[in-house]
Design a protein. Structure first.
Length: 276
């Protein structure tokens, strides 16, 4: 690999299905490319995920990132693991919070996860929500009624259910106007809500500003629709080979399938082949 100064670059990667393979394992090829990009070329590399601070920690700590803050809660937060400090946090406004309870009343079989800057609350947790929590070994507070859920400092809300139910919720939400919320799909069994105007891309650019990095020297790679806004924001958008066609349509770089080292594909392109 080439050795050159890339300290004016910020590269951000989604985790599941992008940095990790489909078995949630980190391909060695990705690790080695990140190590070279950061330690040899002085580039800035970090992660962007819908995960909260604790769920992100193990993925962040295993990489040679050298303290670059990470995007958590799909852009609602920017967290500095070196200082153990939330640098930016944009909570969901009260109007959108009230909407969540309206949605729950209309679709009572929905399972809901509410992620704050510190705690995860669940409503009607039966199948999907417990599986998500167990997969990441997270601590959460299971609420039996909506009255048990505090109505402040919400970073992200996840609606969970079978695909037919999620499609109904999605269609309903997308017909609403002036909700104060930003909705996005994260899988066929989930639909997410953030504060209006918030997504991974807005948080990514806050990190770029910290290092005085121009938009043209920002790159991001993802695999699904919750990465769409992030790719639209950066100078060099990239997607994994298995990403939906809509992601490929906006990408300037098309990496291999996540199982084979998609992040390495992007970093090697920047280090060796990218032309200003």
């Amino acid at each position: 690999m080439a050795k050159k100064d890339l300290s004016n670059w910020l590269v951000v990667s989604d985790i599941d299905g992008t940095l990790n393979n489909k078995l949630r394992k980190l391909p060695k090829r990705n690790f080695e490319a990140i190590k070279h990009f950061v330690l040899k070329c002085n580039g800035h590399f970090t992660l962007a995920s819908g995960r909260n601070v604790e769920s992100m920690r193990k993925h962040y700590n295993r990489l040679p990132i050298k303290g670059t803050p990470a995007v958590v809660l799909n852009g609602a937060g920017v967290y500095d693991y070196a200082q153990e400090k939330m640098l930016h946090f944009t909570p969901i406004n009260q109007k959108a919070v009230d909407l969540v309870f309206d949605i729950y009343k209309r679709f009572p079989s929905l399972e809901i996860e509410i992620l704050t800057d510190e705690v995860i609350y669940t409503l009607n947790a039966k199948i999907f929500a417990p599986c998500m929590v167990l997969a990441d070994k997270l601590h959460c507070v299971n609420c039996k009624t909506v009255d048990e859920v505090p109505r402040e400092n919400w970073g992200k809300v996840i609606f969970l259910g079978v695909p037919t139910l999620i499609n109904k919720v999605k269609k309903y939400c997308l017909t609403l106007e002036n909700t104060g919320a930003n909705f996005m799909s994260s899988s066929i069994c989930s639909f997410e809500m953030l504060n209006e105007g918030v997504h991974k891309g807005t948080a990514l650019m806050k990190i770029a500003e910290m290092y005085n990095i121009d938009q043209e020297h920002t790159a991001a790679i993802g695999d699904y629709f919750n990465d769409y806004d992030m790719l639209k924001t950066v100078g060099l958008p990239a997607c994994c080979g298995q990403a939906p066609q809509a992601m490929h349509d906006i990408a300037k770089f098309h990496a291999c399938h996540c199982n084979h080292g998609a992040v390495a594909d992007l970093l090697e392109y920047i280090m060796n082949d990218y032309k200003e």
